[in-house]
Ligand binder design. Structure first.
Ligand code: IMP
Ligand code: MG
Length: 195
């Protein structure tokens, strides 16, 4: 008996005209993540680190990164908000989901999507340091050049980019475009189109 093969229609993200050029391609992301993962693997192979992903933006990056790192580790998530649904920083950082794990004595690696003003990560670092981890480092996929209000050092950094708003690979504009495969530039999005 032959089985009828069903036709799989791949849903595509509708790319709007204000979604601009590819800044970082899928292939570049993959190869840079591999490099970062190798360094992390070397530094943490005997440390059983706790990797903390900052939701929602770092979700996709974390998921690819930890699979490349491939050592014994745990994963936890935090959700913070520093942006009030726009492309401008509000300067207000709020923890909307805290950790499930106790981090005292643990080697903690924060995984973030992008460092812009540095407000989010400097607040998080201060907050997590009070919980007495054995060590605390940052791995960020992106960092905007010369945007830091508070200098924020990421020991592991994917790419330094210009001061432009980007979407894709986890990064959103008003909760959209996180599932684009590449990182793309956002050009003058409409202000009121029901987002
Ligand atoms: P910071 O506190 O100003 O460093 O902002 C960090 C957060 O702002 C990131 O975790 C992102 O969620 C968001 N963000 C900053 N720049 C961009 C961008 O270009 N695209 C998407 N999100 C961004
Ligand atoms: Mg974020």
């Amino acid at each position: 008996m032959t089985t009828k093969t069903s036709v799989i229609i791949k849903p595509k993200v509708k790319v709007q005209p204000y979604i601009g050029d590819i800044l970082i391609s899928k292939r570049e992301l993959k190869s840079r993540i591999k490099e970062l993962a190798n360094r992390i693997k070397k530094d943490y192979h005997d440390k059983n680190p706790l990797v903390i992903g900052i939701l929602k933006g770092a979700g996709l990056f974390l998921s690819d990164l930890v699979r490349e790192v491939g050592i014994d580790l745990q994963i936890d998530f935090m959700m913070v908000s520093s942006y009030a649904a726009s492309t401008k920083t509000s300067g207000i950082v709020r923890i909307t989901k805290d950790l499930d794990e106790d981090i005292e004595g643990r080697h903690v690696l924060i995984v973030e999507d992008i460092i812009d003003s540095g407000l989010t990560l400097s607040y998080l670092k201060r907050n997590l340091k009070c919980r007495n981890p054995a060590s605390l480092e940052i791995c960020s996929l992106l960092k905007k050049k010369s945007r830091q209000k508070i200098p924020t050092e990421a020991k592991y950094l994917g790419f330094e980019i210009q001061d432009i708003y980007v979407v894709g690979y986890g990064l959103d504009y008003k909760q959209r475009f996180r599932n684009l495969k590449n990182i793309r530039i956002l050009n003058n999005p409409p202000k009121n189109n029901g987002f």
